[in-house]
Write a protein that binds this ligand. Structure first.
Ligand code: ATP
Ligand code: MG
Length: 409
């Protein structure tokens, strides 16, 4: 992509009402634009980051048998009444249709997917089943704040698993927990993301959250540094020791919940009568799990834990562009390199603008945050080629022009 053709506008300052590091950085960098509290547009630069996160998540979900579908944003009141959540869930958006029916904007999709799956399965042969989607969710949060961390409209991956018995659910849940750890490490926040024991509701003892350590996190967790697991403060009263080694030596930390896995058991299969016949011919309620990742929150979390003032280096798989090529008055050489990279389908942004100072180009490149930066200038050419900066390795080298692309691959 040539910068001169790319729909991007960055700013010297963040907007006054940006209340958090991720909001300041992402709005200043032209990734997102605030429409109103908790609601943001994703601009081409920001969407590239979100799509990269979606790609990682899709690959990992498909890898453990997930099949992608797409459920509606609108839902009927009756489904939510059936589960009891129409009255109980304070964040539910409720609306009327023109023919005077009551509907909701779905904040999560158990009430939609359980009756759907009921129409799809009839016997144990149809199980297990793992269905997921990546889609906008709507929640009437009391305080939408902290940029993409707490939105009223936000992107979520939600997978629902359906099992013939509890032990099959347990096995899949353990697998999912490991896959979640892998996703967060591919997203570059693995080391800071802690498996955290949280309340399991009425149907199971615990659920697990993936909490990323950050001063700006809304959650408080108690971390066992030895085991690298934590307990959420909301359950600490009944569980003020490490669930793993039983030590009471826990450290209080702030964290951001980037994901949550939950054994729903029969919480929803009961009211919706989702049952199948097992091998013995007995009719049983289906055992369920649900597994969420807030994708837009994940993007904000990466910024919270990796960005500095006006500068980021995105993790390799997340970066909107893997390579940024900057020409300082040497467009002939830079054009040639770009054409080769472009034809080779490299994910490269080429700053070809003639009317922008070197300082401005570098400041903007810091906001876009590619892991690799290539500069072609009089200085680099007289030194023997292009200056290649590998931000992840912290290394700058001069590479002959015909070797540059081989080197960055
Ligand atoms: P929270 O406790 O932060 O309100 P939750 O436990 O209600 O979140 P879940 O229902 O577990 O959220 O949703 C799955 C994931 O979706 C969460 O782990 C989180 O990453 C993300 N998420 C939840 N609410 C929001 C929101 N308002 N904005 C952005 N992401 C969110
Ligand atoms: Mg949660």
């Amino acid at each position: 992509m040539k910068r001169s053709q790319f729909a991007l506008k960055t700013f010297r300052e963040a907007p006054k009402d940006a209340d958090s590091k991720n909001a300041r950085f992402l709005e200043r960098g032209g990734y997102i634009n605030k429409l109103m509290a908790g609601v943001y547009s994703f601009l081409p630069l920001g969407l590239r980051v979100m799509r990269n996160l979606e790609d990682i998540i899709r690959e990992e979900m498909d890898g453990i048998g997930g099949q992608e579908l797409f459920l509606p944003v609108l839902g009927p009141k009756e489904n939510w009444q059936k589960s009891g959540r129409y009255e109980d869930l304070d964040i539910l958006y409720k609306m009327d249709t023109v023919d005077e029916k009551q509907i909701v904007l779905n904040p999560t999709h158990e009430e939609i997917i359980v009756p759907l799956v009921k129409s799809m399965i009839s016997s144990y042969n149809d199980l297990p089943l793992y269905l997921y989607q990546i889609q906008d969710k709507f929640r009437n949060e009391k305080r939408a704040k902290s940029g993409l961390l707490r939105g009223r409209e936000f992107m979520m991956k939600d997978l629902y698993s359906f099992h013939i018995n509890e032990s099959d659910l347990d096995d899949y849940y353990e697998k999912m927990s490991r896959v979640y750890a892998k996703i967060f490490s591919r997203a570059g926040i693995g080391e800071k993301t802690i498996l955290t024991f949280a309340s399991g509701g009425t149907f199971s003892k615990y659920s697990h959250e993936f909490q990323t350590l950050s001063e700006n996190g809304e959650d408080t967790i108690y971390l066992c540094e030895k085991c690298n697991v934590a307990v959420n403060k909301e359950i600490i009263d009944e569980h003020n020791y490490c669930p793993n080694c039983k030590s009471a030596d826990l450290i209080e930390k702030s964290a951001i919940e980037v994901g949550n896995i939950f054994k729903l058991r029969t919480k929803y299969s009961k009211p919706f009568e989702l049952k199948v016949a097992n091998q013995k011919g007995e009719t049983k309620e289906v055992e369920m799990g649900c597994y969420g990742i807030g994708i837009s929150r994940l993007m904000a979390t990466i910024v919270e834990v990796t960005a500095g003032e006006g500068k980021i280096v995105w993790p390799e798989e997340v970066a909107p562009f893997k390579v940024q090529l900057i020409s300082l008055g040497r467009n002939v050489e830079a054009n040639e390199l770009y054409e080769t990279a472009y034809n080779d389908k490299q994910n490269i942004l080429y700053d070809d603008r003639d009317d922008i100072s070197a300082g401005e180009k570098f400041a903007e490149a810091d906001l876009i945050g590619s892991p690799v930066r290539i500069i072609i200038s009089d200085k680099s050419l007289s030194a023997g080629g292009a200056e290649v900066i590998d931000h992840q390795k912290g290394r700058t080298t001069i590479v002959p022009l015909d070797k540059v692309l081989v080197r960055i691959d």
